[in-house]
Design a protein around this ligand. Structure first.
Ligand SMILES: [Zn+2]
Length: 323
């Protein structure tokens, strides 16, 4: 065996090179943009692509009828008590069943700022084109679910028909509704209506905006009445050759406080009491049935299961990342 003999000069060169390399690593580094925010999961004959719109931060004070000390305690347990607020994901879901390409909820486009609005970008990154989407199912019309269908008055999904429940459309689009809104909430309501109308306009112009009622089926999706958060809020259930999946919408906004204490409403709920009843009923059913769910405000990709801890307390079980 040959002995490896390095001349002294080359040793000096190697050690100097190592020092140079070490010095080129900056002491503080800015966090780069993460990889594209999409996550695909196949369920039998159906492919679901979770699309990240972005990450938001919400105030812990938005939780209702719960002592702030309890909120803080739960957030600490989950390491979720950040100075900026509670990190909250905005997700949408693309469903390919071989016949239809359906988008469930659509994110925010530019309704809330540049930290959100990435659904279209992430849809393209996942290998699809916006023109391929032929159906959009909105769980409700809040702008973080509906704004993403358009940008600057132009449809983001020019070949899609948009569906929402009749009750939801009436609540936001019937001009007579304003009178029934409490005075102190009218300005907020009117501002939200403007955003919704602007998003829907290009679809309505082409007669591509439709409503459904309880008992209807929309392109193979069963509709589940889950009112409370908004008056016409619906979830969507899809059967597949594997396990079924329910796109739950905003029956829950927090994988921490509202799983530990599901009786806790949030300020975004239009009818907090009914929203809580809906969550308690749906959580109990989904936990009992081991139901796979997809949620717009649970940590990306927002796909997983609800586990019952007993005594009306639950735990979020996210899917395991699989490449
Ligand atoms: Zn909402």
């Amino acid at each position: 065996m040959k002995k490896l003999i390095f001349p002294l000069a080359s040793l000096v060169f190697i050690s100097l090179a190592n020092i140079a390399q070490a010095e080129s690593i900056p002491q503080t580094v800015e966090q780069q943009k993460q990889v594209a925010g999409f996550y695909q999961q196949n369920l039998g004959n159906v492919q679901i692509t979770a699309l990240l719109d972005g990450t938001n931060f919400m105030s812990p004070k938005l939780f209702k009828d719960i002592p702030q000390a309890k909120v803080t305690e739960i957030l600490k347990k989950y390491h979720a008590d950040q100075a900026k607020g509670i990190q909250t994901s905005v997700n949408a879901f693309l469903v390919n069943n071989g016949t239809n390409l359906t988008l469930v909820d659509s994110g925010t486009a530019d309704c809330f700022g540049a930290h959100l609005g990435s659904v279209v970008k992430n849809l393209k990154a996942s290998g699809y084109a916006p023109e391929q989407v032929n159906t959009i199912l909105l769980t409700h019309l809040h702008p973080d679910h509906s704004c993403g269908i358009s940008k600057n008055g132009v449809a983001n999904f020019p070949n899609a028909t948009v569906y929402v429940s009749e009750a939801e459309a009436n609540y936001w689009l019937d001009p007579m509704q304003l009178k029934s809104i409490p005075k102190d909430k009218q300005a907020n309501y009117a501002g939200t209506v403007e955003k919704i109308k602007t998003a829907l306009e290009p679809y309505q112009a082409k007669k591509r905006f439709k409503t459904f009622k309880l008992g209807d089926k929309v392109n193979g999706f069963e509709v589940i009445q889950t009112a409370g958060h908004t008056p016409g809020h619906y979830s969507y259930k899809l059967k597949t050759a594997d396990q079924d999946v329910v796109f739950i919408g905003d029956i829950v906004h927090s994988h921490t406080v509202q799983f530990d204490r599901p009786e806790t409403a949030i300020d975004y709920d239009i009818d907090p009491k009914t929203a809580v009843q809906t969550r308690l009923k749906q959580f109990a059913d989904y936990a009992k049935n081991g139901q796979l769910i997809a949620a717009p405000h649970l940590p990306f990709p927002g796909i997983g299961y609800i586990h019952s801890n007993g005594k009306d307390s639950y735990q979020w079980i996210p899917v395991h990342f699989k490449d």
